[in-house]
Design a protein around this ligand. Structure first.
Ligand SMILES: Cc1cc2nc3c(=O)[nH]c(=O)nc-3n(C[C@H](O)[C@H](O)[C@H](O)COP(=O)(O)OP(=O)(O)OC[C@H]3O[C@@H](n4cnc5c(N)ncnc54)[C@H](O)[C@@H]3O)c2cc1C
Length: 395
């Protein structure tokens, strides 16, 4: 965390913080608060850190936020992931429709990086003392009063904290306990994905390949270290899940039956049990994320469709801003009010745009040039606004 912020916090207003979830959001927030002298403890349901999650695109807004929390981390992520200089759009026959040289660095001061969720988790966890990350702690609820929050876990002792942050993802127990909304919304897109050690000459010159089919598309990302992340999505008004891993693999290969063998090969090379199948979901935006001593962050606060690749990026913005608010405010209530004011409107717009973008992915190439041009201008303006986010205290 930068020096100005640490200096402002000579008297932290909270001593002990419990964070639920050791994903990108929980870990980044823990680093940010810990560097302000706060006693932070992170509780994660997984029994151990293990290869999981998808390939993520980290964009300038997320990288700027993360770099303000952990100066220099972008350099580490470049070596744990992959800097994207070239992207390519292909059709399902494998023919190139368009290639692009990315201009993020020139336009926004940070590159586009691709990184495996698991590697990102490892990089962030390595910045924290291991004893403050408590694995095998599945949170099942909490109780709060004016003295603090009691947090409950499945089969583990409860813990007490001054502040509880739910960074426990789209199916957040903390959000459910606060607002009781039930299941997330299915937004009409089914997803199959995996990360495997894989190389194909087709991907030599491009770090990111996007293949557009009929109501179906696939991303193939180089996520560094010899690993490839593939993500296939299909428009599907209703969804059903396969019964077992072998069925998942046969199903996705069936979905790609007409696709060029280079695309099918990456799926064929993936062990069935490593393929994740599931619906793409979001939730309606909330008007508040907090109640008294409890608040939300990342996917728990604003789960969004992956169309814009902004879930983790906006999560890092949350982590930075939350820590800033605690450094600036005299009470927990003031800090959380300020956090919501800084975050809800922005993430609401990005959530809405991501949901529209997810379905727009399935538009065919035949819309008129004029419509495509109008759409591109709107997208460019929106992307500019998203990527231009800068932490308020810049190093
Ligand atoms: C196909 C796909 C592609 C994506 N692409 C991008 C992209 O390109 N760029 C981008 O920025 N984002 C992308 N995202 C979104 C990104 O993965 C999420 O927004 C990001 O991981 C959110 O971080 P988080 O820490 O809030 O939640 P999560 O990553 O979901 O982490 C939550 C953590 O909490 C733990 N947990 C859950 N419940 C409990 C409990 N009860 N008790 C204790 N621990 C618990 C989980 O085990 C997990 O470790 C993509 C998502 C998908 C599905």
């Amino acid at each position: 965390m930068n020096k100005n912020l640490t200096q402002k916090l000579s008297k932290p207003i909270i001593k002990k913080v419990a964070i639920i979830g050791a994903g990108p959001g929980g870990l980044a927030t823990a680093i940010a608060l810990k560097s302000q002298g706060v006693d932070v403890q992170v509780y994660e349901r997984a029994q151990q850190f293990r290869p999981a999650g998808t390939g993520l695109g980290l964009a300038p807004n997320g990288l700027n936020a993360l770099n303000a929390i952990v100066p220099g981390i972008v350099e580490t992520l470049k070596s744990s992931g992959c800097e994207v200089n070239h992207t390519v759009l292909k059709n399902i026959q494998g023919e190139t429709i368009r290639t692009n040289q990315t201009k993020y660095l020139e336009q926004y001061g940070q590159p586009l990086l691709t990184v495996w969720w698991y590697r990102l988790q490892q990089v962030l966890a390595s910045r924290l003392p291991s004893e403050i990350i408590h694995l095998n702690h599945r949170c099942i609820g909490f109780h709060q009063d004016e003295n603090g929050v009691e947090v409950y876990f499945d089969g583990q002792k409860p813990v007490h904290a001054d502040l509880l942050i739910g960074a426990d993802g789209v199916n957040s127990v903390i959000r459910e306990t606060l607002f009781g909304e039930g299941q997330p919304n299915y937004i009409g897109s089914m997803c199959w994905r995996a990360v495997i050690e894989y190389h194909h000459e087709l991907f030599n010159d491009y770090q990111l390949v996007f293949v557009k089919g009929d109501k179906q598309f696939m991303y193939i990302l180089n996520v560094g270290g010899g690993y490839t992340s593939w993500i296939s999505r299909k428009f599907s008004p209703d969804y059903s899940l396969s019964q077992n891993a072998d069925e998942v693999k046969s199903r996705i290969l069936q979905e790609l039956a007409d696709w060029d063998k280079s695309f099918r090969a990456v799926v064929e090379a993936t062990p069935a049990e490593q393929i994740w199948e599931g619906p793409i979901c979001d939730r309606p935006p909330l008007t508040h994320w907090s109640q008294a001593r409890v608040s939300l962050l990342g996917d728990a606060a604003h789960p969004m469709a992956p169309a814009m690749g902004q879930g983790a990026n906006t999560t890092f913005e949350d982590a930075y801003e939350l820590a800033e608010c605690f450094s600036d405010s005299a009470t927990i209530e003031a800090a959380l009010t300020s956090y919501e004011q800084r975050r809800i409107e922005r993430t609401k717009l990005i959530q809405a745009r991501s949901a529209v973008g997810e379905i727009r992915y399935y538009d065919d190439f035949t819309s008129s040039n004029h419509t495509q041009q109008q759409q591109m201008t709107l997208n460019n303006d929106f992307h500019k606004w998203v990527y231009s986010y800068k932490p308020s205290v810049v190093r």
